[in-house]
Design a protein around this ligand. Structure first.
Ligand code: FPP
Ligand code: MG
Length: 329
């Protein structure tokens, strides 16, 4: 049988009408009475990412409501998740001093650091304003947990780059908080929005958590891929002293002496050190091992869909698993 195309377009096809309503809702959320500020928000709206998270919210809402047309609660949920993600990236680019986001100048680069910090704060305040005004407090309460986890993830990661003491346990904790938590909350809130039973909310959350772990592991693997494939500088994580799964897997296969040498090289992180570490990762099959772990998370995510009847929404969620696992950049 011919393989299904795993494009985001195909994944979004069953929610095409709802997508248009969501975009209207989001633009409204990213609006300010002040003209200059509104220009910044419009820039964000027009240069946003692929919309993986709101797509997941809407697909889970559809799956668990038997494809019913949905209203304000789902649109609000999808928008809040996208806004949390957006605010976190605006602040992340300030912290990382990144000048590019989604192939365009970052907010700090285009409008200055000061305005970027305030823009992130503005978006956060819109999250609470919209959530409170809607009176859908269960939704606001549910999504607000993720903001705390995102901050925790960033701080624990920062600590690790200073001590170079990264372990598997710490790595999984970091990627759970900095990435998987928002995908988990996104899928879970899709279920909350259609008032699904607690058991279904938890299953949706677990699905999101598993694809979120896989998503970040894939990101960490892609950091070792060539720039002409990803469009990003190779080994950017290592240059920031970040030890991720491919290296952790390779380290596990080394003697204690070799491990100390490699950790010292991560501390150095000049061109020569990076080339040596990359060589060792390849020799100890770090990439292949990380790929296998990612595949396990994808398989676990798919298990959460198994008890649902066949539907376009279930198919799209399965395709999303493949899309995230197969992406090349
Ligand atoms: C990308 O990281 C960013 C995150 C995973 C989350 C960042 C979270 C914060 C800055 C905490 C503040 C949160 C809010 C809601 C204001 P990356 O630098 O590894 O990836 P990149 O290559 O996409 O920049
Ligand atoms: Mg960053």
């Amino acid at each position: 049988m011919e393989k299904r195309p795993t494009t985001l377009e195909a994944i979004k096809a069953p929610i095409a009408d709802e997508m248009a309503a969501y975009e209207g809702f989001l633009r409204e959320a990213l609006h300010s009475e002040s003209r200059y500020f509104d220009d910044i928000l419009k820039y964000i709206f027009e240069n946003r990412g692929k919309g993986v998270r709101p797509t997941l919210v809407m697909l889970w809402a559809k799956l668990l409501s038997g494809g019913k047309a949905f209203g304000k609660r789902v649109l609000l949920s999808a928008s809040l998740i996208e806004l949390i993600h957006t605010a976190s990236l605006v602040h992340d680019d300030v912290i990382d001093r990144a000048d590019v986001r989604h192939g365009k100048a970052s907010i700090n680069e285009q409008f200055g650091r000061r305005n970027a910090i305030l823009t992130g704060d503005f978006i956060l305040s819109r999250i609470f304003e919209l959530g409170m005004e809607s009176l859908e407090f269960d939704i606001l309460t549910y999504v607000s947990h993720s903001i705390k986890w995102l901050c925790e993830g960033e701080v624990i990661q920062d600590e690790q780059t200073k001590t170079l003491g990264m372990t598997h346990e710490k790595y999984y904790d970091i990627i759970d908080k900095k990435t998987a938590s928002l995908l988990a909350i996104g899928c879970g809130v899709g279920a909350v929005a259609v008032k699904a039973p607690a058991k279904e909310v938890d299953a949706a959350y677990e699905f999101g958590r598993n694809i979120g772990m896989a998503f970040q592991i894939k990101d960490d693997i892609l950091d070792y891929a060539a720039t002409d494939q990803t469009g990003k500088p190779m080994c950017a994580d290592l240059r920031e002293h970040k030890i991720t799964l491919p290296l952790l897997e390779a380290l596990e296969d080394m003697s204690p002496e070799e491990q100390s040498t490699i950790r010292a090289l991560v501390g150095k992180a000049d061109d020569e050190a990076i080339a040596q570490i990359r060589e060792q990762i390849i020799a100890h099959k770090g990439i292949e091992r990380a790929e296998a772990i990612m595949a396990e998370y994808i398989a676990k995510a798919k298990e959460a869909l198994a008890h649902h009847d066949e539907s376009p929404y279930r198919t799209s969620l399965e395709m999303m698993c493949d899309f995230l696992a197969e992406r090349k950049h």
